[in-house]
Design a protein around this ligand. Structure first.
Ligand SMILES: *[C@@H]1O[C@H](CO)[C@@H](O)[C@H](O)[C@H]1NC(C)=O
Ligand SMILES: *[C@@H]1O[C@H](CO)[C@@H](O)[C@H](O)[C@H]1NC(C)=O
Ligand SMILES: *[C@@H]1O[C@H](CO)[C@@H](O)[C@H](O)[C@H]1NC(C)=O
Ligand SMILES: *[C@@H]1O[C@H](CO)[C@@H](O)[C@H](O)[C@H]1NC(C)=O
Ligand SMILES: *[C@@H]1O[C@H](CO)[C@@H](O)[C@H](O)[C@H]1NC(C)=O
Length: 838
């Protein structure tokens, strides 16, 4: 691109500023490695992926050599053993194989690669081996020389191999240790000081203990919806990266409004070949839309100098849209353009418009490093205003528009990350948009998702509430742990920061509530555990996030009371308060179709009910000829029901709402029919229960109760997707099949809909509900009162709906008793429906 291709003229100003800054990070320095000026002419940086797909023949083995087989990178030990036909009881998720194959996790495993490289690569000033994802505890060596130990699945490791790499006959060896053993040893070590609970997961999980002692997907040790597959392996690429001077790793992008001007703050996070040497080069920054280059700027003679960790950050600031030049000492260049920027908006609120940002760095007229990313122009604020009625608001505002978060909670797409494809991620996220969702919470017991997840969310306009990966446990605060977490947080924030879809960081899942509620027996030493909590989430994680990403809000936990939690010493008196922050709410014993049992929080970020998976999913893991596999009370279904009392609760709810199937669930040939009936009934129960609760939350966007509750701004049900075929809260089964709940979600998340509900004062009322005034549709609202056993309504009522109907005001209202009298129904036999005709 040249300047001539700049499509717009006048009225834009582009300024930049330059600041050099250093930061601390992890990196393993090699002894005796000092700067040597190079006479070699600049060449473009090279990244050579030493992956299976690129033809590199990795080997996996037991350390004693008794098993040697083909390894895959990226990959994992379970899938490699399965491919090598060493696991002989069938597919990994078939029947009881989660238990049958657990031995894999108790062993240590090696991954090795012999490889040659082009001589050009060996001679570069910077030669690094980069491990983009190691799961998890491993010692790495190259040509017999120990490079270092890894201990965090969420960290990228970079080793300087300049003096070790040979042209021929390199031997790379990664020795993994059993994550289960390592975690247990660390837990026992910690016990000598004080216990960091839980002692183990509940027995129903059939899982492994002490996931909290290893920085690995916490759910890989099992969860109440998932199996334990505590895997090992190189789950992301391993690459050889060579460069003359610097390479650009991540780009920070913050867009903010200054009057009507967009300000774009950029930070180029670089890695350098040398420590201390100063490089001088030219940055080229381009921003373009689908057709045209909007901005094209050179920044010459930029100085970059690597710190002790071989890292450097360069900052620039652009201003777009101002029609006058501002004089300020750090604005060195300005150019005028006149273009309209279309802001990025979430699904249902406008277009998620993306622009391409292309950044490159050259030295001596040769491009060394380039990055192309897609950015969106948007601001985001978490609004916590005092309310006269008590409490504070708690909602997100994107580009000044308050957004009601409609969506669900995301768990890892697979228990083995190597099995996730970008296509599957896209399929799941498209299902969200198809169900009128605009938000997902990436839950803190999984992984920081793959780049493709956030890229697709950017494209589809899905807002992401991003937890840090800490869930349902106390965590250690030993120095090795905090150091590892610090690197993790720094790297992950830098990796994800530029995505417009990510709108909020949250420190952990439910650990504030766990401390306040004494879930793990911490009450006797409350202050000790609270101190640890503050050290980890506030002093460590929040500090880093504030420094690395001032562009979006951070909350310490979900649920929390927001600012009030902080005011109350970070463990709020009532983390579940309806008046502050967000709430997780589960009650499997109340009437799940009756709104009066639900809270009226500012945000509802978790709520749900289990249902069985479909016959189609179940058939992929059950033995077709084994009757017990096809029984509600059979061993296979019990094995997969990890939620304590889960089957009992499903049965209770089905019984109370719909009635149990006539077939006997426990005996003889009726068992299969019984299971099929229960699949249907639990799924319909779940769909109706989540519909009722979701509509309750959506309606309370416009309601403020006498006690100050209401003004709800989020309905994120638990959970979107499944990790295996089992009873779970998911609306989409493992593999992508929608449960009835997901079909219901299309309607209950519609931008405009009618709601019929019983109110607390003994009346029944119909509302029209809309996300935005312009979503309102005028027409005739009809309420029909029906009996379950008749096709024709017992009574019908109509009311006009016009454009000035008030959000939150009922369009139609009757006393329940009067309706019962008029129709001769009882509470149990009566139901109503409501629709709008044009
Ligand atoms: C090698 O290690 C495996 C797993 O620990 C063990 O089962 C096997 O007996 C060992 N084989 C030999 C020859 O030592
Ligand atoms: C913008 O980036 C996307 C994704 O990298 C690419 O597919 C598209 O072609 C780019 N658009 C332009 C105009 O270069
Ligand atoms: C900056 O560098 C670019 C690319 O090398 C060059 O085209 C341009 O003329 C330079 N500008 C100045 C002011 O030196
Ligand atoms: C819903 O629950 C409330 C409070 O328990 C109760 O008064 C009401 O009768 C219930 N409604 C129905 C339809 O069961
Ligand atoms: C199912 O059969 C068992 C054994 O015959 C019996 O004890 C149980 O009561 C039956 N359950 C139902 C719901 O009929």
């Amino acid at each position: 691109m040249t300047m001539k291709q700049v499509a717009c003229a006048n009225n834009w100003s582009l300024f930049w500023m330059l600041i050099l800054s250093c930061c601390c990070c992890c990196c393993h320095l090699m002894p005796g490695d000092t700067f040597r000026p190079s006479a070699v002419v600049s060449a473009e940086n090279v990244r050579l992926d030493l992956t299976t797909a690129n033809g590199y023949p990795w080997r996996a083995s037991l350390p004693n050599g008794s098993l040697v087989f083909e390894g895959h990178v990226p990959g994992g030990i379970y899938t490699d053993l399965e491919r090598a036909s060493i696991l002989r009881s069938g597919p990994l998720l078939y029947r009881f194989n989660d238990g049958n194959y657990r031995w894999v996790a108790f062993n240590d495993w090696n991954y090795e690669l012999d490889f040659d490289v082009d001589s050009n690569l060996v001679n570069q000033p910077g030669v690094f081996l980069v491990f983009h994802g190691v799961d998890t505890i491993a010692q790495i060596s190259l040509n017999g020389f120990f490079l270092g130990e890894t201990d965090n699945m969420f960290v990228r490791y970079r080793f300087n191999v300049r003096n070790l790499l040979k042209v021929e006959g390199n031997q790379l060896r990664v020795q993994f240790r059993s994550p289960v053993t390592v975690s247990r040893n660390r837990y026992e070590q910690q016990l000598m000081d004080y216990i960091v609970p839980p002692r183990c997961v509940p027995p129903e999980y059939q899982g492994e203990c002490h996931a909290n002692f290893i920085r690995k997907m916490q759910a890989s040790f099992s969860w109440d919806w998932g199996p334990a597959f505590p895997s090992m392996g190189l789950w992301k690429a391993v690459s050889l990266e060579t460069y003359q001077s610097i390479t650009l790793r991540d780009v920070y992008v913050e867009t903010s409004l200054d009057g009507s001007d967009w300000q774009v703050d950029l930070r180029m996070h670089c890695e350098t070949a040398y420590i201390g040497a100063t490089h001088s080069g030219t940055w080229r920054i381009q921003i373009f839309d689908n057709k045209d280059v909007l901005i094209h700027e050179f920044i010459n003679d930029s100085l970059i100098s690597g710190d002790e960790e071989r890292e450097a950050t360069v900052r620039f600031q652009l201003k777009i849209g101002a029609d006058q030049v501002r004089s300020s000492y750090y604005y060195l260049v300005f150019t005028f353009y006149a273009c309209e920027i279309e802001p990025w908006m979430p699904n249902g609120y406008g277009n998620p418009t993306l622009y391409n940002l292309s950044v490159s760095y050259s030295e001596n007229e040769q491009v060394a490093t380039t990055k192309n990313i897609r950015i969106g122009f948007r601001t985001v604020v978490l609004v916590e205003d005092d309310l006269q009625t008590g409490g504070r608001t708690f909602y997100l505002q994107v580009n000044d528009v308050p957004i009601f978060l409609k969506g669900s909670n995301w768990i890892p797409a697979d228990v083995l990350p190597e099995l996730v494809t970008p296509e599957y991620i896209r399929d799941l996220l498209t299902s969200c948009v198809d169900a009128n969702m605009n938000s997902l919470r990436v839950w803190g017991g999984g992984i920081y998702e793959l780049d493709e997840f956030y890229q697709t969310a950017d494209e589809l306009g899905i807002l992401v509430w991003q937890d840090f990966m800490f869930a349902c446990s106390m965590y250690p605060t030993t120095s090795w742990f905090l150091e590892s977490v610090s690197i993790e947080v720094l790297q992950q924030v830098r990796r994800l920061q530029a995505h417009p879809s990510v709108v909020l960081w949250a420190g952990n899942n439910e650990n504030e509530a766990a401390l306040r509620g004494n879930w793990y027996g911490t009450l006797g030493d409350f202050n000790l555990y609270r101190q640890d909590y503050i050290i980890l989430y506030v002093d460590t994680i929040r500090e880093i996030v504030r420094r690395e990403d001032p562009s979006r809000p951070f909350v310490v936990s979900s649920p929390s009371n927001g600012k009030l939690s902080e005011e109350e010493g970070h463990i709020a008196r009532d983390p579940y308060s309806e008046l502050y922050g967000d709430v997780h709410y589960y009650n499997y014993y109340a009437n799940s179709w009756n709104c009066s049992s639900f809270p009226k929080p500012r945000m509802s970020t978790e709520y749900g009910f289990q249902a069985l998976p479909s016959v189609y999913s179940w058939a992929t893991v059950a033995d077709p000829s084994n009757d017990d596999d096809w029984s509600f009370n059979g061993a296979l279904l019990s094995n997969r029901q990890h939620h304590p009392l889960g089957n009992f609760e499903m049965e209770l709810q089905v019984n109370s709402r719909l009635g149990l199937p006539k077939s006997n669930l426990s005996t003889g040939t009726e068992k299969r029919t019984g299971l099929e009936d229960m699949i249907y009934l639990t799924q319909m129960h779940q769909a109706q229960a989540i519909k009722t609760q979701t509509l309750h939350y959506r309606r309370h966007k416009y309601q403020l109760s006498e006690n100050g509750a209401g003004l709800t701004m989020a309905a994120l049900y638990w959970q979107l997707n499944d990790i295996w075929q089992a009873p779970s809260w998911a609306s989409i089964e493992y593999g992508g099949r929608w449960k009835p709940l997901h079909y219901f979600a299309v309607d209950f998340f519609a931008p405009f809909l009618c709601i019929l509900t019983e109110l607390d004062d003994g009346t029944v009322a119909a509302f029209v509900h809309f996300d935005r005034q312009q979503d309102l549709v005028a027409g005739i609202l009809t309420v029909s009162i029906r009996s379950w056993d008749l096709l024709d309504p017992l009574a019908s009522f109509s009311s006009p709906v016009d454009q000035d109907v008030m959000a939150g005001e009922p369009v139609w209202i009757r006393s329940l008793n009067q309706l019962l009298d008029e129709t001769g129904c009882t509470r149990e036999t009566l139901y109503g429906d409501v629709h709008l005709s044009l």
